[in-house]
Design a protein. Sequence first.
Length: 272
Amino acid sequence: MPQEQIGVDYSELHRLDSPANRLIRESIWAPEDDIGQQSFTTLAYMDEVIHRLGITGDTHLLDVGSGTGGPAAYIAARTGCRITGVEINEVGVEVAASLVAKAGVADRVDFHRGDALSMPFADGGFDMALSLNVMNVFEDKVALFREVRRVLRPGGRWMFLSGTFDLDEGDADIRRRLARGYLIPQFYDSLDGYKAKLQKAGFRVDEVLEYISDFRTQVGRWGAAYRTHRDAIAVEQGEENTASHIDYFDAYLSMIDAGRASNHLILSTAPA
Ligand SMILES: C[S@@+](CC[C@H](N)C(=O)[O-])C[C@H]1O[C@@H](n2cnc3c(N)ncnc32)[C@H](O)[C@@H]1O
C-alpha cells in the first residue's frame, strides 16, 4: 500500500462554490439532493443512519471526518440532536461552519479541526458516533476504532458507511489505480477485515447492511462529472489529479461490477 503522500488533500474539493465544484455538483446531484456532502452519501443513506442509530433530540453525536458539514447539518435539522464534527482539513471546517449557520443549526452543531486518530475530546462524552465514507483514509483502523471507543460513553453506538474491497496480492494494478483515491491515500479493507478490527478494538458488531446499486450510481456520476468537466476541474485541481481521479472512478466501477467492491453500513456497540 502507498506510504508516501500522493495526490492532494481536500482543500480544493471542499471549496463548494468554486466554478469547477459547482459544475461537478450540478452534474451529480439534483438541487434538493445536494446538501453539501463530500462523498457518495445520499439522503437515503442519511435517513437510514438516523433510523438505525435511533438518533433523537437528546443525542450528542460525533461525526468522524465531517467534511464540509452537509451530513451533520442534515441530521441535526431532521432530528434536533447535537452534533460535534472532527475534520482534519481546515477548509472543510470553515465551509462546514458557514453551512450549518445557513441551515439554522449552528447552535447545536460545531466542528473541530483535528485528527480523528487523536481527537480533542474528553473520554466518554458522546452517545453515538458515525462516519460517512471516511474509513479508507485510516491505515491503522484498530487505532481509529479505539479512539472512537474512548470518546463514546459505555454502551455507545458506532456506525460507519464505507466502501469495502476484496483485494489480494495479484491486484497490484488495481491497487495502484485506487490508491490515490478520493484525493488522499487510501487503505482499503474488506468487510471481514472491518468486523475483525472492530472486535479487536472492543466493539460488538451488531448489524451489517449492504448498499450497492445506489452506490454504483453515485460512483458512476462522480466519474462522469470529472470526465465531462475535465478541463475546468484541471484548472483548479491540476491535470494529473484530474486524470488520476477519472481512472480511480473507472477502477472503482470495474471492481463493483466484478462483485469485488461494495458499500457497507456497519453498526457496532462499545462495551457497557
Ligand atoms: C470523503 S470525505 C467525507 C466527508 C463527509 N463525511 C461527507 O460524507 O460529506 C472524507 C473526509 O475525511 C477527512 N479526513 C481525512 N483524514 C482525516 C483524519 N485523519 N481525521 C479527520 N478527518 C479526516 C477529509 O479531510 C475529508 O473531509
